[in-house]
Design a protein around this ligand. Structure first.
Ligand code: DCP
Ligand code: MG
Length: 406
């Protein structure tokens, strides 16, 4: 995993927000700082404001977990609530037995999504190569940022630590929230590293630290070892990551017999901290399609006057989608659902990739000609696959999105 002497090492960060939903709620209700709070209630958990009849002072009254009845589960818990054993996905009635006094708040996804966008934008200002892993989690490729800042590759990890501090400060400035960051030679180790000092942690695991920091951890901590694999590994005596990293010939043979050669090889290299997966900054669409279900079933011949403009419009919208997203397509297809709910699809691959409505319509019409259209049609769709970035578009997603249609 070490590069040649003097080469700049790869450095990847994994950033995960601390008790994300709960921390966002605490910005709204700062008087709850330090309390055991869980998020997961519905509107009945919205705090009530009461006015003291004598003093006229307003005060918020929070719902307690012990007063909850229902089948909801906890989305997250503050670290104080975790002390009582409360966890994400735990049924709230069960949690109430452990900590009836814990405060329950409703979930507000819109606010969490907006905070999520904010922290990601703040990170991209410093390091643009960001892989989105969900609402509160990202990977960041730091190698080019480090390369731009240092002259001597020996300074790389020191520089990465500074960058980590900057990222933490930027996230806090943009959101008022804390996060934990792992810095490591790849995504696999960075993800483990970010969990080592939660909350508000910044943890470096360099190649030289793998043995001391990673090997003593349970093998389940490897992203790719699920509960089933974990149980099977335990039967083979593999409990810690180091056990897998240092498997002797006999254990290796047992791993191959139990999991297959591919997984066994992956496990051993992962346990040694090896992972070459890139940070994927944008997910490329596989295909783009438009379809419509008619208000009443239409017949290809008898309802031609209605069908023709709908078909043309679908192709126009599809062309608009392709152009806006910066793709051309080499495979155009159609989809039909008939009045008996049978679905028929046809595709045609063409020599030159297209993104204009006229040519898309031409190819799609060719597809339609090969279908028996004696039954009435419920749904018509047009699809563009085998996408290639437009020649004049540069990076497809770097273009600004235009107005949506439909
Ligand atoms: N979440 C959820 N249901 C789960 C797990 C999580 O709805 N079973 C939501 C609530 C969390 C958010 O996703 O706030 C992020 O998940 P994390 O696993 O990162 O958990 P937290 O950010 O809450 O805590 P931590 O500090 O451990 O990252
Ligand atoms: Mg989190």
């Amino acid at each position: 995993m070490d590069g040649p002497a003097g080469a700049l090492p790869r450095i990847v960060a994994h950033l995960d927000m601390d008790a994300f939903y709960a921390s966002v709620e605490l910005l709204r209700y700062p008087d709850l700082a330090g309390e055991a709070v869980v998020i997961g209630g519905g509107s009945s958990a919205v705090p009530q404001v009461v006015v003291d009849p004598e003093t006229g002072v307003e005060r918020r009254v929070y719902k307690r977990l012990g007063d909850y009845a229902g089948r909801g589960v906890i989305t997250t818990a503050t670290y104080e609530a975790r002390e009582f054993g409360l966890r994400s996905a735990m049924p709230m009635m069960k949690a109430a037995k452990l900590a009836p006094q814990a405060i329950l708040l409703p979930t507000d996804f819109d606010t969490y999504r907006s905070m999520s966008r904010r922290f990601k934008a703040a990170v991209r200002e410093i390091a643009p190569l960001v892989e989105d892993r969900g609402i509160d989690e990202i990977y960041i490729e730091l190698t080019p940022v480090v390369a731009a800042r240092i002259d001597d590759p020996a300074d790389a990890w020191w520089c990465a630590r500074e960058l980590g501090e900057e990222l933490r400060a930027a996230v806090r400035a943009a959101t008022g929230l804390s996060c934990s960051i792992g810095l490591a030679p790849n995504k696999l180790v960075a993800k483990i590293a970010s969990e080592l000092d939660k909350p508000d942690g910044l943890t470096l695991v360099t190649p030289a630290d793998i043995e001391s920091r990673i090997w003593p951890l349970p093998v389940r901590r490897l992203n790719g070892v699920g509960p089933k694999a974990d149980a099977k590994l335990a039967e083979l005596g593999v409990r810690f990551i180091g056990d897998a990293a240092n498997a002797d010939d006999a254990l290796r043979a047992a791993l191959v017999a139990r999991f297959g050669a591919r997984y066994a090889a992956w496990l051993q290299s992962a346990a040694r901290g090896i992972d070459s997966r890139p940070v994927v900054t944008e997910s490329e669409p596989v295909s783009i399609s438009r379809e419509t279900t008619f208000e009443r079933d239409l017949h290809a011949v008898r309802d031609r006057a209605l069908l023709t403009p709908i078909f043309t419009s679908l192709c126009e919208h599809l062309a608009g989608d392709l152009q806006r997203k910066g793709y051309r397509s080499r495979t155009i297809g159609i989809k039909l659902r008939f009045d008996d709910f049978r679905i028929v699809t046809r595709v045609r691959t063409i020599e030159e990739a297209v993104d204009d409505a006229h040519r898309i319509r031409g190819v799609a019409a060719g597809c339609l000609k090969t279908v028996d259209l004696s039954r009435r049609i419920r749904l018509l769709g047009v699809r563009a696959a085998s996408l290639v970035p437009s020649r004049n578009g540069g990076s497809p997603l770097s273009r600004r999105a235009g107005e949506g249609t439909c």
